[in-house]
Design a protein around this ligand. Sequence first.
Ligand SMILES: Cc1cc2nc3c(=O)[nH]c(=O)nc-3n(C[C@H](O)[C@H](O)[C@H](O)COP(=O)(O)OP(=O)(O)OC[C@H]3O[C@@H](n4cnc5c(N)ncnc54)[C@H](O)[C@@H]3O)c2cc1C
Length: 312
Amino acid sequence: MKPLSSFSRRNFLRTLAVTGLASGSAFAAPTSTAQPFNEVHDLVIVGSGFAGLSAAYAALKAGVKDILILDKMEAFGGNSCLCGGLMSVPLNPKQQKQGIKDSVELMVADMTKAGRGFNHPDLAKKFAENAVNICPMLDECGVQLMDKVIRLGGHSAPRTMVPTAASGGGIVVPIHNWLKKNGVQFRNRSQVIDLLMQDGKVTGVLVNCDYNWKDGSSKKEQRIGSRGGVVVATGGWGQDKDFIKTTMPVYSLLECTSQPGATAEMLKALLKSGCLPSMLDMYQLGPWASPDEKGAGPGSFFADYAFAEGMA
Ligand SMILES: Cc1cc2nc3c(=O)[nH]c(=O)nc-3n(C[C@H](O)[C@H](O)[C@H](O)COP(=O)(O)OP(=O)(O)OC[C@H]3O[C@@H](n4cnc5c(N)ncnc54)[C@H](O)[C@@H]3O)c2cc1C
């Protein structure tokens, strides 16, 4: 992957999450585009967390003009907003300013060791190589970071950037505001329930409008078209006990720190369209946050630092 700033429009469209992945499926066919759309955009992104915001930033930089981000919740930002916002990035500018030695290879070795070798090797390498590409976006959108990087558990070098707000909200809010200022449209209470397909290509999404996550109700269904494919950035499904039961039954008994909208309906839509994600039965369990605090409360600050010194 190239740095965000040099992402070309063609490359971006080629790397969209689901375009072109939807043929030869063993699952039931996704909803087809028989009826007209209620509205059409250049690019529709589903989910307004780090992934959705980064996709919108990359698309804008690639020259895409009319971008719509849909989120089913009342508040934007998903887990990204409530998380600790700690970003482990080898060779980041703050780390280099402090004269800390690090490398992509060291990060991959750390991830592999901490992941007990279960990691997807290509994805781990891609992640370590490209993490530094978020830095221009953070700068341009005005995300405030602490001067020093810290060392988290499992990392053999201090390489973790911390927002001054000590929360993912300190990253999400400035990027959200910057994107809005630059013309990206955001729409909340819009639950995407399916991908719309034509001739094996994703052409849009089926949306429950005025969706109420508390009771699952919605006012009407809309078909929203997307000329440049659809980016699905709907995060995890830690609150979807029924789905967890099918992949790792014992974990469905555990409490979870994810926001209530972390459910699997879009994952199911992707599976239905022929996408085959890897390692669906791998879940992150750790001492970094407490379910009692419903997110990253004070417990996470204690756990993070104790964890770096070997407590787990
Ligand atoms: C308590 C806590 C602390 C954490 N701390 C850290 C940390 O310090 N560092 C770190 O790297 N990671 C941390 N994580 C993990 C991190 O939060 C996630 O990996 C990251 O936020 C995922 O970003 P995302 O954009 O993929 O998903 P999200 O931020 O969850 O965004 C997905 C969005 O999609 C929306 N959505 C879902 N389904 C639909 C649908 N059908 N239609 C429309 N919208 C939909 C959701 O409402 C949500 O807004 C933490 C997680 C938690 C829960």
